[in-house]
Design a protein around this ligand. Structure first.
Ligand code: FAD
Ligand code: MG
Length: 344
């Protein structure tokens, strides 16, 4: 999948020639897939790196299978969707409950720009299906833009305010579904961070889960982590990087991640819930930096839908920082981001 190749991690390579403490001076690397995306791990440890990276992969797979997947029957989200319309609702474990409450708050604070009940409209557009080969004329020809009536019909089955969270149960109206595609990889970063904190032998790590990247701890030489931000016009390159110490999560949402082009128009995968069409608020890429993975992922999607002005206000509320790339090439850093951002 094209997306997979577009996340560029700029982790400075440690020189093997600098002597002392050889064991932990060289990072271990791995690349896997999970959650429909690529997982890249870079870990500095004096322990068994291979085993650790397998544990991390397993944490992500379990998160998908037990909690977040809308396609796998084993997951809590699948069960909630399956029981949509059931009078008694679905009992929801505290772990998922806390996540849903956090997401609900971002929905409220973004006036519904982030809405995990948008799944029915996302499925109607079905951009993912076409995105793998987007750009080819043939692919564009087979893609059909839904008509307004169809979009409105799906929108009537969306809206986070129609979902009730009450006393440990979630009540999802019939015909609606939850889709955690906008937040899942950030949630995975939080899960991996929990794991890393329990590993005393890990000095530092960078874990890239599709569009969300976790940094943790330190490199043995004390230098900072560098997380690249993809150049939306040349996705094999990057326009700058974030220079980070310790724990952060960086999430990017861009119109180049999954899209199809037809008749010269790019239809991408981030839907504006107020219109049912791909968001068009003047941005082509949003990168959000936060201490919380779920929030960084949720906010990057919300900001993309909102546009730079409203997005700036939203990020301030969450003590998060943003890099917004506008369609005309203008790059906007929110207040505080200048401490982290280095352009190429
Ligand atoms: P983000 O901006 O973070 O999110 C965009 C995605 O969120 C859209 O694709 C859509 O699903 C949804 N969305 C669109 N608009 C909104 C909105 N306004 N509010 C809320 N949500 C919105 N992809 C596959 O191709 N195959 C898989 O098997 C697969 N499995 C997955 C399993 C899990 C548990 C999760 C969480 C995701 C899975 N995905 C899968 C999806 C994929 O990993 C990403 O979610 C997708 O690539 C979009 O991520 P992003 O970071 O580019 O965009
Ligand atoms: Mg997101």
């Amino acid at each position: 999948m094209k997306t997979f190749l577009k996340i560029i991690l700029c982790v400075g390579l440690v020189s093997l020639l600098t002597g002392c403490g050889r064991q932990s001076k060289s990072p271990a690397y791995s690349v896997d897939t999970a959650m429909g995306t690529i997982i890249k791990q870079t870990v500095y440890t004096s322990g068994d790196a291979k085993e650790m990276m397998e544990d991390i992969r397993q944490e992500i797979v379990s998160l998908e299978e037990d909690w977040l997947s809308r396609k796998k029957e084993s997951s809590a989200i699948w069960q909630i969707n399956d029981q949509a319309g059931a009078g008694e609702g679905t009992e929801t474990d505290e772990y998922l409950w806390d996540i849903l409450e956090k997401i609900y708050q971002v929905s409220e604070d973004s006036q519904g720009a982030l809405d995990i009940t948008i799944g029915e409209t996302v499925q109607l557009w079905n951009i993912d299906e076409y995105a793998a080969q987007s750009g080819s004329a043939e692919d564009g020809m087979s893609f059909r833009v839904p008509d307004r009536a169809e979009i409105e019909a799906t929108l009537s089955r969306c809206g986070y305010r129609k979902v009730r969270l009450e006393e440990g149960r979630i009540y999802l109206p019939k015909g609606m579904s939850l889709d955690l595609g906008a937040v899942g990889k950030g949630i995975a970063c939080d899960k991996v961070l929990e794991y890393l904190k329990e590993q005393t032998v890990v000095q530092g790590a960078v874990i890239s889960i599709g569009g969300s990247i976790l940094t943790y701890g330190q490199k043995p030489d004390g230098s900072a982590w560098r997380v690249g931000i993809v150049d939306p016009w040349d996705t094999s390159s990057y326009m700058g990087s974030l220079v980070l110490e310790d724990e952060w999560c960086v999430s990017t949402s861009g119109d180049y991640e999954r899209y199809v082009e037809k008749d010269g128009v790019r239809y991408h995968h981030i839907i504006d819930p107020s219109t049912g069409y791909p968001a068009d608020a003047g941005l082509i890429s949003v990168t959000v930096l936060s201490k919380d993975g779920c929030l960084s992922d949720a906010l990057s999607t919300a900001c993309f839908v909102l546009g730079a002005e409203k997005a700036t206000v939203l990020l301030e509320k969450y003590d998060a920082y943003g890099v917004f790339v506008e369609k005309d090439g203008n790059v906007i850093l929110t207040l505080g981001m200048e401490k982290f951002y280095e352009s190429r």
